[in-house]
Design a protein around this ligand. Structure first.
Ligand SMILES: N[C@@H](CCC(=O)N[C@@H](CS)C(=O)NCC(=O)O)C(=O)O
Length: 213
């Protein structure tokens, strides 16, 4: 068995953060498929044995089971020293961007893409319009930041960047708009992250693609 097991599925940008980190650090890991679209995360078994919060991703390492991608990224950065923000200021700054990302960037992109592509019945247009407005505004905040330095915290990529990667590599057709074309600094940052050794697309890294309803 591999050193790390990651409970995940291909369509999850939340899980992609953890899968990408594991790959970028060259960890010995294997995915454990979570059948999210069949409701696995909502079963009593999943909640009792994997994650009481009923979410993926979950990282299993020895006797530990960690959820929340921010916690998983922090754990792996602490253990390996890779993509670890430097000093107290760096740690707090990374946390600031990770919370902003979780709540307002990928935190809106994920549900938006879900409602557009996977929800049955499809999402209410008024909800999609609301989310799109928030997405545009919050991506603009990130774009401005990435106009000042190659990565969120400066010259080197950290776990804040890996968190931001969440939903940003899924095909533009799944959103109905092209994030990199509309936000040029994010587009350039996306290519810098893509160039890191070990980078892989979420559909190549995690099981469950293509999606079959
Ligand atoms: N803040 C969490 C979000 C995790 C999350 O919402 N995951 C989704 C899958 S992409 C999930 O499992 N949702 C459970 C549900 O909707 O029942 C993280 O970053 O890990």
């Amino acid at each position: 068995m591999s050193e790390y097991q990651l409970y995940c599925f291909a369509q999850s940008g939340n899980a992609y953060r953890a899968a990408l980190m594991l790959n970028l650090i060259g960890a010995d890991w294997q995915p454990v498929f979570v059948d999210f679209f069949k409701g696995e995360t909502r079963t009593p078994k999943y909640r009792a044995e994997v994650n009481e919060m009923g979410e993926a991703p979950v990282l299993a390492h020895g006797t530990k089971k960690l959820s929340q991608s921010a916690v998983i990224l922090s754990y792996l950065a602490e253990r390996t020293g890779r993509f670890k923000p430097q000093g107290e200021d760096g740690r707090l700054e990374a946390l600031r961007w990770i919370i902003f990302d979780n709540q307002k960037v990928n935190g809106f992109l994920g549900p938006y893409r879900f409602l557009k592509n996977f929800a049955r019945p499809a999402g209410d247009p008024a909800v999609l319009t609301f989310l799109k407005g928030r997405i545009d505004g919050n991506l603009a905040v990130v774009d401005q930041r990435l106009g000042k330095a190659p990565f969120l915290l400066g010259d080197q990529p950290t776990i804040a960047d890996i968190s931001l990667a969440g939903y940003l590599y899924y095909p533009a057709e799944e959103f109905g708009f092209d994030i990199g074309a509309q936000h040029k600094n994010i587009g350039a940052w996306r290519e810098r992250i893509r160039a890191l050794p070990g980078w892989a697309h979420p559909y190549d890294l995690m099981p469950g693609h293509p999606f079959t309803p």
